[in-house]
Design a protein around this ligand. Structure first.
Ligand SMILES: NC(=O)c1ccc[n+]([C@@H]2O[C@H](COP(=O)([O-])OP(=O)(O)OC[C@H]3O[C@@H](n4cnc5c(N)ncnc54)[C@H](OP(=O)(O)O)[C@@H]3O)[C@@H](O)[C@H]2O)c1
Length: 457
């Protein structure tokens, strides 16, 4: 790809030419104060600069190295150079720059580096970047931080020219993602992060619900089993947010399953929630207990009632929870409407891959309950280390992982700071290597609520 000319407020970033060699040598490469911070090219004479420029110019159409000369608009003079380079060892692009000493302290490095990063994001479509600087160069550390890089630690850099070594500070930047809605197979959009309400109203009643709504949550997950539908109904009536702006999901308990029973359960939930429609109505568990030999017929009857509720416009979507492929198949064999959602226990260390694959094959959106694994394993050193590299708490790493895996999440918290944290998961992107790592972590926690084993009344 041809290295493009980029314009910023005060600079023009343009490809370097062989004619730049003398300027580059005179104005920064020959100055020991500047050269000591340069990674590979502590030039001792202009011929070294020419050799360096030869390779830079020859690389102008490379897809892994992009170099620019920085020209100050005000004077039209070359005052620095820099670029963005793919580092095979790291598997990501690295950003670097050098300026003549007279230009230090004016914010020009931040301006140039920011423009090169935009190029990396928008044109090269990269999400992760590396930065490094000589440990003595604290000003460069400030530039990194201003651009959102997170400090990772120190390491020894081997300089190529004379075999010298230097200690460098390493930084990593992860590009923000976009909070995108999920789309159900009937076209309805749902927010990527919902608010779980199990046990959330026990202590302070409707207060946590009102707080969550105030903070911007627009998806509430409840169930007849949680015994908080009334409290949530009160909060909905009080919050001042139009009903149609809130996505409300509730569930029927296994004792409420059956054709007539399901319709009655739906009416009860609507009354308690003070609403005449539910956005997503769910079957909570596929069966009452292991002795329930009628579970297949009960699911068929219940689903028929749910399809009718949907067709009558009483729910905008219908789905299930904790249905494994053999439970889903009972519906699929007999249904007119395929479930839109399957809410499952899904978190790092428990990803139910077989069921996830089955859901995706049938266009059923997987939704994660206990997306934080109830924070039972947040002290795991490998998670702590990875979260630190992104400059985020472990909780956000866990949630962002599910989001990037195409799974909608409904974390629960009764604490305002945590509620905020749990929504603020889009300011970084987990790279592929770390996504892989998180997806294959061995099972650390599992609620033991297995759909075919539990006793539910
Ligand atoms: N369909 C089903 O069968 C089913 C089953 C279980 C749950 N669910 C739904 O899924 C929702 C979420 O699942 P869950 O409540 O079991 O587990 P979770 O959301 O994974 O974890 C909730 C726990 O983590 C803590 N927590 C939340 N955010 C935190 C943060 N940022 N930092 C540190 N700790 C944090 C909470 O404490 P604090 O509240 O003290 O902050 C709470 O103890 C439930 O509320 C419910 O709506 C559905």
């Amino acid at each position: 790809m041809k290295n493009p000319v980029i314009e910023t407020e005060r600079l023009i970033l343009r490809p370097l030419t062989m004619d730049d060699a003398q300027t580059a040598f005179d104005t920064w490469a020959s100055d020991p104060e500047v050269a000591k911070y340069m990674r590979y090219y502590a030039h001792k004479n202009v011929d070294t600069t020419r050799e360096w420029l030869k390779s830079v110019v020859a690389n102008e159409n490379s897809d892994t190295d992009y170099d620019w000369g920085f020209v100050l608009k005000e004077t039209g003079k070359l005052i620095g150079s820099g670029g963005i380079y793919y580092d095979d060892a790291d598997g990501m692009f690295e950003i670097g720059y050098n300026f003549a000493k007279a230009q230090w302290g004016k914010g020009l490095a931040t301006e140039a580096a920011g423009a090169m990063l935009d190029f990396g994001r928008n044109t090269l479509h990269q999400t992760q970047f590396r930065g490094r600087h000589d440990i003595r160069n604290t000003a460069s550390g400030n530039v990194m931080k201003k651009l959102g890089f997170v400090y990772e630690g120190e390491c020894i850099d081997h300089m190529l020219e004379d075999g010298a070594e230097r200690t460098v500070s390493m930084y990593r930047l992860s590009t923000p993602g976009k909070p995108e809605n999920f789309r159900l197979h009937n076209g309805i959009e749902i927010p990527p992060v919902g608010f779980g309400t199990y046990k959330s109203t026990l202590q302070d009643g409707k207060a946590p619900i009102l707080k969550a709504l105030e903070l911007g949550y627009r998806y509430l997950d409840t169930a007849s089993f949680y015994k908080n539908e009334e409290v949530i109904g009160e909060a909905l009536a009080e919050c001042g947010i139009p009903r149609k702006e809130i996505f409300l999901a509730t569930k029927m308990w296994p004792t409420e399953m059956g054709y007539t029973e399901a319709k009655e359960a739906f009416a009860r939930s609507c009354e308690k929630l003070r609403t005449d429609y539910i956005d997503l109505y769910l079957i909570h568990w596929p069966k009452l207990n292991p002795q329930d030999l009628q579970w297949r017929q009960k699911i068929r009857d219940t689903w028929r009632a749910m399809e009718e509720l949907y067709k009558e416009g009483k729910c905008r979507a219908i789905g299930v929870c904790n249905f494994l492929p053999h439970h889903l198949q009972v519906i699929l064999d007999d249904c007119k409407i395929v479930p839109m959602v399957d809410q499952l226990e899904l978190h790092v260390g428990y990803l139910q891959q077989y069921t996830l694959d089955f859901c995706r094959a049938h266009n059923i959106l997987p939704q994660a309950w206990s997306p934080l694994g109830r924070m039972y394993f947040s002290e795991e050193p490998c998670l702590q280390k990875m979260a630190k590299q992104y400059g985020r708490p472990v909780s956000q790493l866990l949630l962002r992982f599910l989001n990037q895996s195409g799974i909608q999440i409904i974390p629960k918290s009764t604490h305002e700071d945590r509620m905020k944290d749990n929504m603020d998961i889009f300011g970084f992107t987990i790279n592929e290597e770390d996504m892989h790592f998180l997806s294959v972590l061995p099972q650390i926690f599992f609620s033991k609520e297995f759909p075919d084993w539990a006793e539910r009344g």
